[in-house]
Ligand binder design. Structure first.
Ligand SMILES: [Zn+2]
Ligand SMILES: [Zn+2]
Length: 318
């Protein structure tokens, strides 16, 4: 396949899907046309297996796309995804077809940041505002197959400053800043962050493990499904996700303040599941420790940590 006539280098914090939208619209091509060439076109989601094709089209090294496109696989009966050089449990953590943007970043930088691809990142750590996940003109979800980065399928300008941008509280700010740092900086030198002061339990956890710990304390899958149904949507909005993270972080901070909040209905099963299936040995150990600290019943304590390979105990990331 011949490369696109106009090339543009990707920026360091740019997401693969955002970059493809940007470079294709520069060339007057629609993302639907490009996706038609992809092997996974039927599932509508670009995957790491499409990295070579995108590299050929754009002239960008294939490793750049490999790092930024999800590579789903199954490990020991659990479905996992490799993305951003990290391992994640199950693909629902990715926003996929329901994208979100920081309108201020979009106006200032003209690129989509890679953190926006994650459900766990519902607010911008730079501008400290909630991300926008619908078009102000038509009220629909922001599609990855829109004509260009800033323009919705309805023709409306996504980053138009007509909608309100809600400010976020300090705990959520600390969470999104921590998550961004895990994805974009070299983490070989541990740095103390605000999040670790608020919730010391997250120290040493993988980004997926930290998110799942907070999510467990917010009520686990039960809370998430409830929010989804109450919202009448097939997907959690950025605002709903921000609310759940806020609840989870408040519950995680409670022991440090000497308060004991009542455990939410879904917390024991979510923690036990994480103790069994967390993506790193440390993720599983911390969840198991929380199960003991909350004095949950034998039924939950009996979850056996999953260690298919002893070697895994010595890895902390990919
Ligand atoms: Zn921003
Ligand atoms: Zn629209």
């Amino acid at each position: 396949m011949s490369p696109l006539p106009i090339s543009a280098p990707p920026r360091q914090p740019e997401s693969a899907s955002g970059y493809m939208l940007r470079v294709l619209s520069l060339n007057g091509a629609h993302v639907k046309e490009a996706m038609a060439y992809c092997r996974t076109a039927r599932s509508m989601r670009p995957l790491a297996s499409d990295a070579e094709l995108f590299a050929e089209l754009t002239g960008v090294p294939v490793a750049w796309f490999h790092n930024r496109l999800p590579a789903p696989h199954t490990r020991d009966r659990w479905r996992e995804v490799d993305l951003f050089g990290r391992r994640w449990r199950s693909a629902w953590l990715l926003r996929d077809l329901h994208q979100q943007v920081c309108p201020v970043c979009l106006r200032e930088q003209g690129i989509a940041r890679l953190e926006w691809d994650l459900m766990a990142y519902p607010a911008c750590h730079i501008h400290k505002v909630l991300l926008q996940d619908m078009c102000w003109s038509c009220g629909r979800a922001i599609s990855p197959r829109r004509p260009s980065l800033e323009v919705c399928n309805c023709g409306g300008f996504i980053a138009a400053a007509t909608g309100e941008t809600a400010a976020i509280d300090p705990a959520l700010q600390a969470w999104v800043a921590w998550l961004s740092m895990q994805l974009l900086t070299d983490c070989s030198a541990p740095q103390p962050t605000d999040l670790e002061r608020i919730a010391p339990q997250v120290r040493g956890l993988s980004p997926d493990g930290a998110f799942r710990l907070i999510y467990s304390f917010a009520g686990g899958g039960k809370a998430f499904c409830g929010e989804q149904m109450l919202g009448g949507k097939t997907w959690l909005s950025s605002a709903q996700m921000a609310g759940l993270l806020r609840d989870g972080l408040a519950a995680l901070q409670a022991p440090a303040r000497g308060v004991l909040l009542p455990t939410k209905a879904g917390t024991p099963s979510a923690l036990a599941e994480q103790a069994e299936a967390g993506v790193t040995a440390w993720d599983r150990a911390v969840a198991a420790r929380e199960v003991r600290r909350l004095k949950l019943g034998r039924r939950w304590r009996n979850a056996v940590p999953r260690c298919p390979q002893q070697q895994e105990l010595f890895e902390d990331s990919l």
